[in-house]
Design a protein around this ligand. Structure first.
Ligand code: HEC
Ligand code: HEC
Length: 207
């Protein structure tokens, strides 16, 4: 009997090591709702992301066109993408390897930290941006929002890098398997390559 109890205890503690994605998202919400916990998570995140800054830039503002800004991104989306790299649902050889070393608590800290930093808009081609606005309003606003600032389930797109946006949108449209999301496959299906360039120019200059 005693042995069984010890075994049960061990099983419980092992299951606590890796929390379910939903439980982790709940924990993230709880942190966001508690100013003291949030402060601690943001501070922890700054340390954890020391290495990430090599590519994602100081404070999550990328200087490399193909590397996304993480600053200003919504925390639930960040946590979800970290999970997807971890399981291989989203593919990037480097990110997949790197993310595996992040423990659950560190993932929460990363999400809290980057989402706490404002992201500045970038320059764009004005004519293309105007064209992109029309497409975005027609095809994308209902999920990503009027200002493209996203919501819990939808990423912020405002201020993101043009080349990264172009690559990501094209991947969803073409069903390459690198990024899979049915909502995004449907939404991007009508876009021609020039449309994608236009939408990316519109999004990057939004504050
Ligand atoms: C060697 C460069 C490099 C380093 C270092 C790096 N990343 Fe990345 N990261 C990338 C690239 C490139 C992408 C875009 C992959 C793609 O094309 O989908 C990316 C994408 C991401 C995304 C998805 C963003 C989005 O908008 O969907 C997250 C989240 C992320 N990285 C977190 C991190 C964290 C946390 C660290 C540090 C532990 C880190 N990265 C370190 C290059 C890097
Ligand atoms: C029905 C809802 C919906 C619509 C409409 C939609 N999106 Fe999305 N979008 C999503 C979701 C959900 C994700 C996250 C998918 C994932 O996990 O890969 C996403 C992700 C993205 C990303 C990746 C962001 C990043 O940081 O990597 C880009 C870029 C994007 N959408 C652009 C667009 C554009 C442009 C349109 C209009 C042509 C559009 N979306 C329409 C739901 C939508």
């Amino acid at each position: 009997m005693r042995g069984l109890l010890i075994l049960a205890g061990l099983l419980v503690s092992t299951s606590l090591l890796a929390q379910t994605p939903a439980a982790l998202q709940e924990k993230l919400k709880a942190i966001a709702a508690d100013p003291v916990a949030l402060r601690a998570a943001v501070d922890g995140g700054k340390k954890v992301t020391f290495f990430c800054a090599n590519c994602h830039g100081e404070d999550g503002i990328s200087k490399t066109p193909e590397v996304p800004n993480l600053a200003g991104q919504n925390p639930a989306y960040l946590l979800e993408q970290i999970r997807k790299f971890g399981t291989g649902e989203r593919k990037d050889p480097f990110m997949q390897g790197l993310i595996k070393v992040l423990k659950d608590d560190e993932r929460l800290q990363v999400a809290a930290y980057y989402s706490s930093i404002p992201v500045p808009p970038s320059k764009a081609d004005a004519a293309k941006a105007a064209q992109g606005k029309v497409l975005f309003t027609k095809l994308c606003v209902r999920c990503h929002g009027e200002q493209a600032r996203g919501a819990e389930l939808f990423p912020r797109l405002a201020g993101q890098k043009v080349p990264y946006l172009q690559t990501s949108i094209t991947r969803y449209r073409d069903g390459t398997g690198i990024r899979n999301n049915q909502l995004m496959s449907i939404a991007t299906a009508p876009l021609k390559n020039d449309d994608i360039v236009a939408v990316a120019n519109y999004l990057t200059q939004l504050p």
